[in-house]
Design a protein around this ligand. Sequence first.
Ligand SMILES: Nc1ncnc2c1ncn2[C@@H]1O[C@H](COP(=O)(O)OP(=O)(O)O)[C@@H](O)[C@H]1O
Ligand SMILES: [Mg+2]
Length: 268
Amino acid sequence: MISFKKDTIFNRESPKHESDPMHGGVLAVWGSPGSGKTTVAVKLAKYLADKKKNVVLVLCDMTAPMLPCICPPTDLEIEKSLGSILSATHVTEALVKYNMVTHKKMDHLTFIGMLKGENEYTYASYSKVQAQELVEALRKIAPFVIIDCGSYIANDILSAVALLECDSALRLAICDLKSISYLSSQLQLLQNSNWDTDKQYKVASNIKPNHSIEHMTGAVGSVSFKLPYSEELEEQYLSGNLLADMSMKNSRLFRKEIEKIAREVFGC
Ligand SMILES: Nc1ncnc2c1ncn2[C@@H]1O[C@H](COP(=O)(O)OP(=O)(O)O)[C@@H](O)[C@H]1O
Ligand SMILES: [Mg+2]
């Protein structure tokens, strides 16, 4: 049985944070399935780390742990899991720090995620308390926190809590009917819990030449950012090398848009 209880995740008031979003903060990257959430979260984290900003990237996906997919596993320093954090009775700053995975070459970037082969049942079940404590601890640990949420927020306590607790959220959609259908279904869950919609930035993701962006904006309203399709990025994803630089000329538009997002969301 899945331990999640719908009413207990989605029944709290959205907190108002004092922190100034122009100086770091917690960003949740959310959106429809396959819209590029992990890709964008990783590229933003890399952008900040390259600028020597300390950033923690939390990878929430428990059905396809993404730590083994974003860089060669030999580049990662320690084998620690998000599961060990969430299965504790209480999540302390020390516990979170102990379970962070470091990168051998990128000093400013740390990860928290599930390990290869793990799933929801590898660890004891958790509730929104642990998820809230984790987000709280992350605020103290690093000035920049990026949480790569899952799409199935009704069954994914950490992603749901991250969306409610974050300072800002990217809401990704690709230009297709499934994305529109997803949003009209799942946005209700957040709206029912008084989600602060002002903190969200709508993003059209993985835009291909044959996509009708007008059709998209007609259905979901105007978007703040437009991330184009990049062949180089697709290649990096396929080879499990998302932390590599994007050097090809036709990746320029994507890189520029990531810079724009970092400026708007984090002030750098
Ligand atoms: N801008 C982009 N250019 C090329 N491919 C992209 C882009 N954004 C996402 N993708 C591709 O979309 C697929 C899903 O990406 P992923 O980040 O795993 O999505 P999600 O985390 O939302 O499930 C991957 O194959 C990835 O390479
Ligand atoms: Mg993902």
